[in-house]
Design a protein around this ligand. Structure first.
Ligand SMILES: NC(=O)c1ccc[n+]([C@@H]2O[C@H](COP(=O)([O-])OP(=O)(O)OC[C@H]3O[C@@H](n4cnc5c(N)ncnc54)[C@H](O)[C@@H]3O)[C@@H](O)[C@H]2O)c1
Ligand SMILES: [Fe+2]
Length: 351
């Protein structure tokens, strides 16, 4: 779990104080800032840079690749030897980058060596996460999702969660409605997949139900988006992340990872594209999802796998079926007899 959490409108202003006790002599704090804020001078001026601290603009044009993690961590090792910490400020991609770079500062080899479950050997340097989009739960989860040379898979480990998160609803207020929806639906889908999964337990249920309620409040029951919506969505993301920390995601994520790997489809929108067609697995959740899409007037792409070759379908199927824990959570121990390659191919063709 995350060790320290601050929440509240304006709490970003406490960052300097929060980091002060974590600073080590001569070793800088590294601020990884989502490129969305690259030209936002006013926001950048609020980042508490001290002495040899470094502000690195995180290129999140593509979701994090292991090669980018290696590049960033090597750059920091060459330049500073060691650092006091890595602070990720941005969407889920930037938070994942920060987690992975912090891990690689203290672990040998390449980031791709740690894609999987409990492979990270040593604790990371200090790391903090400051979300500017809400929904992924990356601020609380024990994974950081990376695309490597052979697969899209997280570094799932006890060393992956942040030491500190700073949850300031003011930071998400300018997110465009469609991006906010796609990322927000990641949270809603986490809840459905966790609550309807076979790994469910009271820990996950307590958080998952709350997060689902909050998502439905902001995307379905409120008639306009306001400050309260940002506050609720930020807590939904947190609780949704807590829910999957003790269970797993399911079909939408397993299928969406294949799309992400082959086509570069982004996580939030990819999950929406898949979930849109998952009535068979999550009938009530998908019905509510359809209502939310309609109410918020959001475009969900269709036909994105049209014209792909057999090889390409097979690649997506391989990536997807490689996510055994997700399928087991969704369909039970005999998932392989239920989700055959043929059935999964038919599902991909529908997207
Ligand atoms: N670690 C986990 O547990 C976990 C869980 C789910 C998803 N993820 C990862 O999170 C990523 C998706 O995150 P996301 O949906 O937050 O999107 P994102 O981080 O990929 O960002 C999407 C776009 O929004 C921009 N952006 C960021 N903040 C903004 C703001 N306040 N206003 C406007 N634009 C802003 C970014 O620059 C980017 O162009 C994927 O890489 C996915 O794999 C991780
Ligand atoms: Fe997700």
């Amino acid at each position: 779990m995350v060790d320290y959490v601050v929440y509240g409108r304006g709490c970003f202003n406490q960052l300097d104080e929060i980091l002060a006790p974590r600073r080590k002599d001569g070793a800088p704090m590294i601020f990884l800032l989502d490129h969305y804020f690259e030209n936002d001078a006013a926001f950048k001026a609020r980042i508490p840079l001290r002495s040899n601290d470094m502000l690195v603009i995180a290129d999140v044009t593509h979701e994090p690749k292991t090669s980018y993690i290696d590049e960033l961590s090597q750059m920091l090792k060459d330049k500073f030897g060691s650092v006091s910490g890595v602070i990720g400020i941005g969407g889920g991609s930037t938070m994942d980058l920060a987690k992975a770079v912090a891990i690689m500062m203290n672990n040998p080899g390449k980031a791709q060596d740690y894609q999987g479950w409990d492979l990270v050997k040593y604790p990371s340097v200090y790391k903090a996460g400051i979300p500017t989009l809400s929904g992924t739960g990356a601020e609380v989860s024990r994974t950081t999702v990376l695309t490597g040379p052979t697969r899209k898979l997280g570094m799932n480990s006890d060393f992956t969660p942040f030491d500190q998160v700073v949850l300031d609803p003011e930071l998400i207020k300018n997110a465009p409605a469609d991006q906010r929806f796609y990322t927000g639906m990641d949270c809603f889908i986490h809840c459905i997949e966790s609550l309807k999964g076979t790994f469910i337990n009271e820990f996950s249920r307590s958080y998952g139900e709350k997060a689902q309620d909050l998502c439905e409040e902001v995307f379905l029951h409120k008639d306009k988006w306001d400050e309260e919506s940002d506050e609720k969505l930020m807590m939904a993301s947190f609780a949704g992340g807590m829910s999957i920390a003790y269970s797993q995601v399911g079909v939408a994520h397993a299928v969406s990872y294949g799309l992400g790997y082959l086509l570069g489809t982004k996580h939030g929108i990819g999950n929406c594209i898949v979930f849109n067609h998952l009535q068979e697995f999550y009938p009530e959740g998908v019905e509510t999802f359809h209502k939310m899409v309609k109410k918020n007037n959001i475009f969900i792409p269709e036909g994105i796998t049209k014209g792909l070759t057999d090889d390409e379908f097979n690649k997506m199927i391989d990536v997807s079926l490689g996510m055994a824990p997700l399928w087991e959570n969704a369909l039970g121990k005999d998932w392989q007899t239920i989700m055959t390659r043929e059935k999964l191919r038919a599902l991909y063709e529908k997207l």
